[in-house]
Design a protein around this ligand. Structure first.
Ligand code: F6R
Length: 359
């Protein structure tokens, strides 16, 4: 039931602070210890490589998971689009561990990879929002997102729940491997900060609605740019805009712009820079200025510690492995208001189904 909300998507965006709190309460004890199946941790700690597999938004959550897993566990991690992996399996390492990311647990492309993985007797984990879904039943282990039903076709709270749970998993495996970086990662406190930060952003909806109206409702195209973890959020942000507002949007690695894509910039083209990674913040700002010099209308989503006067959305500081949990929210809201103000059916975009059960 969407209650007083006009669309499920807005309700699901607003639920994200609570989803963070629930995950923290379920998988982290009061004193911050991870509460996960020791057999799962053992299986992952024995792997020489982790493969994250997903489609669409779940694939994008995997891109963040790779960074968290590599940093906290030290295990090399690859992320693959399910439909590409199913029939062109890469050369696997000797002891691979597979993680399937799927809100619905029913995505046929991901399931086909799991069928192959099971034929080869490799251990696997499904991270899903739906208990007893196909991908959950067929994998060795399951972790539930407990995000509550996601009805809107555009995925929002499942993406942030996946990223938070990947962080918890990465910390737990890293601790199992006795890594100081994992032990020192105060995830309990960080997730509390994330939940607070999310609440701040959703409370400032009106500001985002105005930007949607001023620059996106009549746009033919739009771009998100960023580097590293911010690049991964850029492509998720662009997907949201494409699928529900039908604005042709792309996310680019900001350093690649000058290698061709900057030719797309026209007078008034909206370009949003996502800036949460400290090492590359000034580079992304220069790249944004390059698009502005060619007529783009630029916007910035920046982390407080890296923000400058005039930035459009300032999000609170959290650990750099968790910034997507906050930087994606203005983008979700921007897609929502652009769709809404164009008079589209936000929850049921054309040509799309919530769960894609054909390959
Ligand atoms: C985007 C979206 C899709 C799904 C994709 C995978 O907003 O909803 O890209 O993320 O179809 O679905 P799941 O996660 O159910 O496997």
């Amino acid at each position: 039931d969407k209650g007083t909300y006009p669309y499920y998507m807005l309700k699901e965006i607003d639920e994200q602070p609570n989803v963070m709190r629930r995950l923290s309460a379920k998988y982290l004890s009061q004193d911050g210890q991870t509460v996960l199946d020791p057999n799962l941790l053992k299986a992952m700690a024995n792997a020489d490589r982790i493969y994250l597999v997903g489609a669409g938004t779940s694939y994008h959550a995997g891109l963040v998971g790779k960074m968290q897993l590599e940093r906290l566990t030290g295990i090399p991690t690859e992320v693959r689009v399910a439909s590409e992996f199913a029939y062109d399996e890469p050369l696997l390492s000797e002891h691979p561990f597979f993680i399937f990311l799927s809100q619905s647990g029913e995505t046929a492309d991901s399931r086909q990879v799991l069928v192959n993985v099971n034929q080869q007797h490799y251990p696997s984990l499904t991270i899903t929002n739906v208990a007893n879904s196909t991908l959950s039943r067929e994998a060795t282990f399951t972790l539930l997102l407990d995000a509550g039903p996601e009805i809107s076709v555009a995925s929002t709270k499942a993406y942030t729940a996946q990223i938070a749970l990947e962080a918890i998993l990465a910390k737990a495996v890293g601790e199992h491997l006795n890594r100081a970086v994992a032990r020192q990662f105060n995830l309990k406190q960080q997730l509390a900060l994330v939940a607070q930060g999310m609440q701040m952003i959703v409370d400032e909806k009106a500001q985002i609605e105005k930007v949607a109206q001023d620059a996106f409702v009549n746009a033919q195209q739009a771009f998100y740019i960023g580097r590293g973890i911010d690049y991964t959020v850029s492509i998720e942000a662009a997907l949201k805009l494409k699928e529900i507002s039908y604005v042709h949007a792309e996310g680019f690695a900001s350093g690649e712009l000058k290698h061709g894509t900057i030719a797309l910039i026209e007078a008034g083209t909206p370009v949003i820079g996502i800036i949460t990674a400290s090492r590359t913040a000034s580079l992304t700002r220069s790249n944004l200025a390059e698009t502005e010099a060619r007529g783009a209308k630029t916007f910035v989503i920046a982390r407080a510690g890296l923000s400058e006067a005039g930035d459009t959305f300032v999000i609170p500081d959290v650990d750099e492995l968790l910034t997507p949990l906050l930087s994606v929210l203005p983008a979700q809201l921007l897609a929502y208001y652009t769709s809404l103000n164009k008079g589209l059916n936000v929850d049921l975009p054309r040509n799309l189904a919530k769960s894609v059960t054909v390959e």
